[in-house]
Design a protein around this ligand. Structure first.
Ligand code: COA
Length: 174
């Protein structure tokens, strides 16, 4: 477990391994973050139809299948999630960051970096050298990945909710 000290205006944050019981909290952060982040990019009907119970079931299945994740927690409430695994598409890295979402109220306090580092280190610990992440071309999170030293290595087309979008990949070596 990793602790971050409280500063003047917020409470202590814990980054820890997720447990199956966290599935609902993770699903809530995930759905809220998708709706805020992708408003105006992905079809509104698709975002409106995202369902916390559906994603909760998805995460329960993920944990049952030995998937892993890290959560950011404040006062017992899950406010962020990151997870990864074997790289799905490109050969430039063995590992991939699949998910990184943080409640907007906790942005720009170093929590995103802590969640990213937890995944990057876990991938290395599991023998997956290097990390790849895909991000939509117009997502401001690109600035975050660039700040963390990611190198732009690929571009691809993807369809989400009927909308054709471009996504780009960033890479970190070991
Ligand atoms: C991307 C995200 C996780 C970043 O988390 P965060 O906690 O705000 O980031 P941090 O505070 O850890 O920032 C680390 C560094 O990146 C910088 N940074 C953060 N977001 C940035 C952005 N959008 N553009 C440029 N730089 C950024 C910070 O200023 C900080 O720089 P420093 O090293 O000089 O202090 C968060 O913005 C988020 O959840 N966004 C919505 C969901 C999303 O788009 N996820 C990615 C999907 S691929």
């Amino acid at each position: 477990m990793l602790w971050m000290q409280p500063t003047s205006d917020y409470r202590a944050l814990t980054i820890r391994r997720a447990k199956p019981q966290d599935a609902e909290g993770i699903a809530q952060v995930y759905v809220d973050s998708w709706r805020k982040t992708y408003r105006g990019t992905i079809a509104q009907s698709y975002l409106d139809n995202l369902s916390v119970p559906t994603f909760e079931r998805h995460w329960r299945r993920t944990f049952a299948a030995r998937g892993w994740a890290f959560v950011a927690e404040v006062d017992g409430e899950i406010v962020g999630v990151s997870s990864g695994g074997r790289c799905r598409r490109q050969n430039v890295a063995a590992g991939e960051l699949y998910v990184l979402y943080l409640d907007e109220a906790f942005h720009r306090r170093g929590f995103g970096r802590a969640l990213f580092d937890a995944c990057h280190n876990e991938l290395a610990r599991r023998g997956m050298s290097g990390t790849l992440v895909w991000v939509l071309q117009n997502n401001p999170a690109r600035g975050f990945y660039e700040r963390l030293g990611g190198k732009l290595v690929a571009e691809s087309e993807i369809k989400i909710g009927g909308t054709a979008l471009t996504e780009v990949a960033y890479h970190w070596p070991d």
